[in-house]
Write a protein that binds this ligand. Structure first.
Ligand code: GUN
Length: 306
C-alpha cells in the first residue's frame, strides 16, 4: 500500500509553529501583517484569497484584503503597491494571479519590495533562491520540500523529475531540490518521450496543469509522487476515466456535481511508495508556507534572526 502524505496534517503542524512564533513576536510588540490584493471576480482566486486572509486571522497575523475593481489600470495598481511597500504594518504583499489583461503583471510584481515579496515572484527573490542566499521562496515549492522533509523522505542523491516549468511552481521546486542535492530533471510540454524521464524518477513532482497526465505506465514502482495539480472535473465520463470504482469519491461527485483531480492519474498513485493526494496534499501547504513567509519577512525586515 502506498503511503499517503497528509498535507492537511503537515500544514497544521507548520501553522501551529507559525502561531507560536506570532505569539513570541507579540511579546516584542511585533504583529506580522499581510496585504492580499484580489482584482476582479475570478471564482478560484476569490476562494484562495479568502482562505489566506482567514488563516492570517486564525494564526494572529494582521491582514488586509484589498479588492480593486476589474477595470483597474496598471498605474493604479503600481500606486497601491508603492503605498503597501511604505506601510510599516505590512510585512507581506500578495497580488493574486491571474490579473486582468490590461494590467501589466510583470511590472507590478517587480514593483513589490523584495523584502515584502511573500510569493517569492520578484526577480531579486528568484536570484536569491538561485544563488542560495536567504530570502523568500515561492510557497508551493517551499511546501513540496517541507512535505518531503517532514515525512523523512530522502532527497540527496535521488533522481528528482519535475514535470512543468512554471515560474510559480516548477522552476523554484527544481532549484530547491537541486539545493538539497537531488539530481534534477525538468520536463515540460515540449519534452520528447516524457515517460522515459518520469520512469526514472525516485521523486516525481508534477505541476503542469493537465488532468491525470501521469499514468501508471509512466512511473517506477515505489516512487514518491508530489502532485501539484488542481483540475476540476464535472463531466461524468471524465470522472469514470479517473475514479471508476472509488465509491467515496463518487458519492461526493454526485453530491457536489464536481470533484478535483490532480495532474497524476489515481492508477499511478497505486504504484507509488508515497504520494500526496488531491485534494489534501500540496494545496494546504501553499497557505501554510505563505503564513510562514509573512512571519519570516517580518523578522528579516527588522533584522531579527530567522
Ligand atoms: N495564483 C495561483 N497560485 C498563486 C500563488 O501562489 N500566488 C499568487 N499570488 N497567485 C496565485
Amino acid at each position: 500500500m502506498a503511503r499517503v502524505l497528509d498535507g492537511t496534517a503537515i500544514a497544521a503542524e507548520i501553522k501551529a509553529e507559525v502561531r507560536a512564533e506570532v505569539d513570541r513576536l507579540a511579546l516584542q510588540g511585533i504583529r506580522p501583517g499581510l496585504a492580499a490584493v484580489l482584482v476582479g471576480h475570478v471564482p478560484a482566486s476569490e476562494i484562495y484569497v479568502r482562505s489566506k486572509v482567514k488563516t492570517c486571522e486564525a494564526l494572529g497575523l494582521f491582514s488586509e484584503l484589498i479588492t480593486p475593481p476589474e477595470t483597474v489600470t496598471t498605474e493604479e495598481m503600481l500606486a497601491l503597491v508603492h503605498e503597501l511597500n511604505a506601510r510599516q504594518d505590512i510585512d507581506g504583499i500578495l497580488i493574486q494571479l491571474p490579473l486582468p489583461a490590461q494590467v501589466q503583471a510583470k511590472l507590478l510584481l517587480e514593483a513589490v519590495s523584495p523584502d515584502k515579496d511573500v510569493d517569492g515572484f520578484h526577480p531579486v527573490s528568484v536570484g536569491r533562491l538561485q544563488t542560495g542566499q536567504p530570502g523568500l521562496v515561492p510557497c508551493t515549492a517551499a511546501g513540496i520540500i517541507e512535505i518531503l522533509k517532514r515525512s523523512q523522505l530522502p532527497i540527496a542523491g535521488q533522481n528528482a523529475v519535475v514535470v512543468g516549468r512554471s515560474d510559480i511552481v516548477g522552476k523554484p521546486t527544481a532549484i530547491l531540490l537541486l539545493a538539497e542535492n537531488a539530481t534534477v530533471t525538468v520536463c515540460h510540454s515540449r519534452t520528447r518521450d516524457l515517460p522515459s524521464f518520469t520512469r526514472r524518477a525516485d521523486i516525481l513532482v508534477v505541476a503542469i496543469g493537465k488532468p491525470a497526465l501521469v499514468t501508471a505506465d509512466m512511473v517506477k514502482p515505489g516512487v514518491t509522487i508530489l502532485d501539484a495539480g488542481i483540475n476540476r472535473v464535472t463531466d461524468r465520463a471524465e470522472f469514470d476515466r479517473y475514479f471508476a470504482g472509488d465509491a467515496r469519491r463518487e458519492e461526493l461527485f454526485l453530491q457536489k456535481g464536481s470533484t478535483i483531480v490532480g495532474d497524476v492519474h489515481p492508477n499511478a498513485f497505486a504504484l507509488a511508495g508515497a504520494y500526496t493526494p488531491v485534494p489534501g496534499g500540496i494545496g494546504p501547504l501553499t497557505i501554510a508556507m505563505l503564513m510562514a513567509n509573512t512571519v519570516r519577512a517580518a523578522k528579516l525586515r527588522r533584522g531579527l534572526p530567522v
